[in-house]
Write a protein that binds this ligand. Structure first.
Ligand SMILES: C[S@@+](CC[C@H](N)C(=O)[O-])C[C@H]1O[C@@H](n2cnc3c(N)ncnc32)[C@H](O)[C@@H]1O
Ligand code: SF4
Length: 403
């Protein structure tokens, strides 16, 4: 039915230009109180540093030691936002430290940020605090400090436990070290542990994939993200594996891990006991306050993208009032939910979005059902395993039908 499989939602997104209402600043858009009674808001904190650049990655990051004043800048940013009425009256449910590699910051620097968050902003009682990390930066001391300061979810970028694969992808440390670090992390009570797995990298065999799945199972991880290697122009890894492997490996992961008690939470995430509220809330259209250099998010209809260059970021923190963002009309949240439904493996529930293309959508849906990509459930039209494999491609087709 489809020729090309899109592997990420970035390529499945269509532009939201028609929903733009103009430019705004935090000091105009966030001066009113938050009257929305939902408590789903999230915070994204970007830490754009890495100790080593991996051969496959083109994230927003650079190879450098963290700036010494980075935590202080983020704290100042938090304090300034906290004084604005909208933020003062918002309750946050999830925080996500992403990167780059947030754990390139010292335990003290991260604790400073965590304390400033809790001291200045409102959180739900059981708010989720996630930190992304590589295994090498996750020393025992750092684990303890982070947990003591409220981190309750770790997203560990393992990619593979296979030493040959790790070498190819430019990962530091052996698979055995990675295994031991995860085991230690799992020994703490009340901590959710998830890892990133890359499959279909050059030279990967089915045996090595199965060995990775066995380790995830033995470690009893709460969940894992599964990414088929994407060959980016800017990256240095050799050609990614072929499409046949892609499909075979996807189904191997999915069948094997379903038998072992995991299920899809998202197109690229299988979980056993991980609610991953940060991403699920975002898919429901929740506000996301972006903090740190290179962070992006949207609060009360104001989409913000912080400068990634440190001097420009520092300048923008010292003059928050001059930060500019794009204002979106309130209906834009429906577009976010529309795409979010597909990411969480459902056809979009808001069928009014198709307008005069409703007939075209209904034909497409029938075809998806006939092709065993979608089935009807009490909760909506759910993507099957095959539908999940093609999920981002389906998402693009659906987005093109929005009237
Ligand atoms: C921000 S990055 C990683 C966080 C952390 N710095 C680390 O390396 O462990 C998030 C994840 O995206 C995935 N990723 C990055 N580039 C990719 C690519 N070219 N193909 C597939 N997955 C990729 C990796 O699994 C990675 O762990
Ligand atoms: S995968 Fe992680 S550690 Fe490697 S370059 Fe990308 S952000 Fe940095």
């Amino acid at each position: 039915m489809f020729k090309e499989r899109l592997k990420t939602h970035h390529s499945a997104m269509s532009e939201g230009k028609k929903y733009v209402a103009g430019m705004g600043t935090p000091h105009t858009a966030l001066m009113s109180v938050n009257e929305n009674d939902s408590k789903l808001a999230t915070i994204y904190i970007h830490v754009p540093f890495c100790n080593k650049i991996c051969s496959f990655c083109n994230m927003r990051r650079s190879l450098q030691n963290p700036a010494e004043n980075y935590a202080d800048l983020v704290v100042r940013e938090i304090e300034q936002y906290a004084a604005l009425p909208y933020i003062e009256t918002t309750t946050f449910d999830a925080v996500y430290f992403g990167g780059g590699t947030p754990t390139t910051l010292s335990g003290e620097a991260l604790s400073k940020i965590l304390k400033a968050l809790k001291g200045n902003l409102n959180f739900t009682e059981d708010a989720e605090f996630t930190i992304e990390t590589t295994v090498t930066e996750l020393t025992e001391d750092k684990m303890k400090t982070l947990i003591e300061n409220g981190v309750n979810r770790f997203s560990v970028g393992v990619q593979t436990f296979d030493d040959e694969g790790r070498k190819q992808m430019g990962r530091i440390g052996s698979g055995e070290t990675a295994y031991e670090r995860l085991k230690q992390l799992k020994s703490y009570d009340g901590v959710t542990v998830s890892m990133d797995l890359i499959y279909n990298y050059p030279g990967q065999t089915m045996e090595s994939l199965m060995a990775d799945l066995d380790k995830i199972t033995e470690l009893n991880l709460d969940g894992f993200s599964m990414y088929s290697l994407i060959n980016m122009k800017e990256t240095t890894i050799d050609n990614a594996g072929n499409e046949r492997n892609d499909e075979e490996m996807f189904y191997t992961i999915s069948h094997t891990m379903k038998e072992r008690g995991y299920d899809f939470l998202e197109l690229t995430k299988m979980v056993k006991s991980d609610r991953y509220r940060y991403i699920m809330n975002r898919h429901k259209g929740a506000d996301t306050l972006p903090l740190g250099a290179g962070a992006g998010g949207s609060v009360n209809g104001l989409a913000l993208m912080n400068p990634i260059k440190l001097d420009e970021y520092e300048q923008s923190v010292s003059d928050l009032a001059s930060r500019k963002g794009m204002l979106f009309v309130p209906e834009y949240v429906e577009v976010v939910r529309f795409k979010g439904d597909v990411q969480t493996a459902y056809l979009p529930r808001n069928e009014a979005m198709y307008g005069s293309n409703l007939g075209e959508y209904e034909r497409f849906r029938r075809e998806l059902i006939e092709q065993d990509m979608v089935c009807e459930t009490a909760d909506g039209y759910r993507l099957t395993e095959k539908g999940i494999f093609w999920g981002n491609t389906i998402s693009r087709h659906l987005s093109q039908m929005v009237g």
